[in-house]
Design a protein around this ligand. Structure first.
Ligand code: UTP
Length: 292
């Protein structure tokens, strides 16, 4: 079945980037000239996804405003022929996809947030993009790379990258066997492993293509006794242990917008490639480097 639906959980508290995320959702923090979440919606649209559900919570209404027409602003830009390209870019944001919203009324973890997508998803396979994981690909959009793997092998797919030992111990480790270049069968996932439990340096980073069976798996997942959150990784773990999960070592550079350093890295690297400011920014960095 063709994948046309995506879910973007964006209801986290963003505590790692406070105070920036106090009134502005971290998903709306900018990377050069676009809010982070626009990169995700563009990635979906470029991969053929037409319908996107964003899971929000209190105070995240500006996400809806961003993907709506801005009548007054657009009329103003339209009146000035020199601002036509600006008008086009602002107007086009609202037409990237059909956007839907639902609120996660209590912040009870990523698994709990994804459960709110069940009525939207129905009985179709769907994509999940974590709201603070921005991945810039120079080839095919990363979610498209996962959709290709799903369509080829008929199994759920999760996006992975080789990470440092420190990161693996913070995220997770995967037991895998290769199927073809960049695609692996996953047999086991260990969350936040101790150093001696590390199975490989592959960790899961922000992209999944799954079937609706994950909703029952999430419902069977008890909240973590430590944090009270319902983790989504338990559902992925079950898929892995039952031979139903692929890992796709995607082509793309991932930035963690839930982390202060990640935000700076995203802004620097995207700015270097930006058609309007790239050259001047590179010159500025070279000058700056002399003073370091
Ligand atoms: P994170 O764990 O990175 O988000 O979840 P967080 O809770 O905002 O992070 P910190 O630790 O407080 O800084 C990954 C994604 O899942 C969403 C987040 O918005 C983020 O995009 N999420 C997380 C939810 O939608 N609901 C939740 O209850 C938790």
């Amino acid at each position: 079945m063709k994948i046309t639906k995506a879910v973007i959980p964006a209801a986290g508290l963003g505590t790692r980037v406070l105070p920036a995320s106090k009134a502005v959702p971290k998903e709306m923090l900018n990377i050069v000239d676009k809010p982070a979440i626009q990169y995700l919606v563009e990635e979906c649209a470029a991969a053929g996804i037409t319908d996107i559900l964003i899971i929000t919570n209190r105070g995240k209404g500006i996400i809806e405003d961003h993907f709506d027409y801005a009548f007054e602003l657009e009329e103003n830009l339209k009146r000035n022929p020199a601002k036509k390209p600006l008008y086009d870019s602002v107007h086009a944001v609202a037409d990237l996809a059909n956007l839907y919203y639902v609120r996660q009324k209590e912040t009870k973890g990523l698994g709990h947030a994804i459960l709110a997508a069940e009525p939207f998803v129905g009985d179709e396979p769907f994509a999940i993009l974590y709201g603070d994981d921005i991945i810039v690909s120079k080839t095919r959009p990363v979610i498209g790379q996962l959709i290709d793997a799903y369509e080829t092998y008929g199994k759920c797919a999760t996006g992975v990258k080789e990470c440092s030992t420190e990161q693996v111990m913070k995220y997770c480790t995967l037991d895998v066997t290769p199927l073809e270049d960049r695609i692996y069968d996953v047999h086991k996932i260990i969350e936040k492993p101790e150093r001696e439990q590390i199975l490989s340096h592959f960790s899961i980073l922000g992209r999944n293509v799954v079937t609706p069976e994950v909703f029952d798996l999430i419902r069977q997942t008890p909240p973590s006794p430590k944090t009270g959150e319902v983790y989504f990784s338990e559902a992925l773990s079950w898929l892995a242990e039952n031979g139903r999960l692929l890992a796709v070592d995607f082509e793309g550079k991932r930035y963690d917008m839930g982390d202060k350093l990640g935000i700076m890295q995203a802004n620097c690297e995207v700015a270097l490639d930006h058609p309007e400011i790239g050259e001047r920014f590179r010159a500025y960095l070279k000058e700056l480097a002399k003073t370091l």
